[in-house]
Each structure stands twice: as structure tokens, then as C-alpha cells.
Design a protein around this ligand. Structure first.
Ligand SMILES: [Zn+2]
Length: 144
């Protein structure tokens, strides 16, 4: 049921990390894809645990969100295979080495391209880049 709320398809919601008001909400997920096979020789692989990729996701409940995606790491035991290790990829969540989830990229592209919203507005809503530090500095001034 919680997975439905996250709306990323076939994923398990591992947990929510909330470090308090003014910080992004962390949504920890893991893909439900079956056991991977080697990307090069298609043989069985050995699991080497997980690596967490942090991606900027759509804001939720009035807060910026960071998707903490626990990506499966694997190694190929085949001595004749050139692929020694690899990390799980699910393009519907985010492309390899991306900083944004696929849906944030789509959302921002439509907003800027079709609706003419300024990029700074997205940066602020997502709490990314220089805008974030400027917003924080402004908040600090207000509190003192
Ligand atoms: Zn292989």
C-alpha cells in the first residue's frame, strides 16, 4: 500500500528518513526486480550487497524529497567474462549516474518548456543547487 503512494512501480518502500522541518524527506526504496544476470555474459551473478544512490525526487507533503535508492551490487563469477561487477539499473526510476529521478526530469522539462516556469522556481521547490544555500541563509537571517 505504501509502495502505491511512492508511485515508482515495482519497488519496496524500505523506510522514511525525516531529519526535521527544513530538510528534505528521505524515501528509502529497493527495486523488486528478480535476481539479476550478468549484463555481459547473461550468466548468474553473486550478490555484493547494496549501494545507496541519492536522487532528487518530486516534492511531497510540502517538503523536498530525496529518493535513497538501495541499488543491488553484483559480481560476475565467470572467469571468461570481462564484466567484474555492476550496479542495478532501473531506467523508470532514474538513468545511470543521474542526480534526478526520471519523473522529476520529466516534470521540470514540462514546467520550464511548456509552461515557462523559471528554473530557479524548480530548484527552490526541489531544494537543490545554489538556491538552497541562499534560501537557508535567508531563513537564518529571519530567525536571528
Ligand atoms: Zn559475466
Amino acid at each position: 500500500m505504501c509502495e502505491k503512494l511512492v508511485g515508482l512501480g515495482d519497488v519496496d518502500l524500505v523506510g522514511i528518513e525525516d531529519t526535521g522541518e527544513g530538510t528534505p524527506l528521505g524515501v528509502v526504496i529497493r527495486s523488486r526486480k528478480g535476481r539479476p544476470t550478468c549484463e555481459t555474459c547473461w550468466g548468474p551473478v553473486w550478490s555484493k550487497g547494496y549501494r545507496t544512490a541519492v536522487l532528487v525526487d518530486l516534492p511531497a507533503f510540502g517538503r523536498p524529497v530525496r529518493l535513497r535508492w538501495r541499488k543491488r551490487r553484483s559480481t560476475c563469477p565467470n572467469p571468461d567474462c570481462a564484466q567484474k561487477w555492476f550496479v542495478e539499473q532501473v531506467s523508470t526510476i532514474g538513468p545511470p549516474r543521474a542526480l534526478l529521478t526520471s519523473r522529476v526530469a520529466r516534470w521540470a522539462t514540462i514546467g520550464v518548456g511548456r509552461r515557462g516556469r523559471p528554473v530557479e522556481e524548480f530548484a527552490e521547490e526541489l531544494s537543490v543547487g545554489g538556491i538552497r544555500s541562499k534560501t537557508r541563509a535567508a531563513a537564518r537571517v529571519k530567525h536571528s
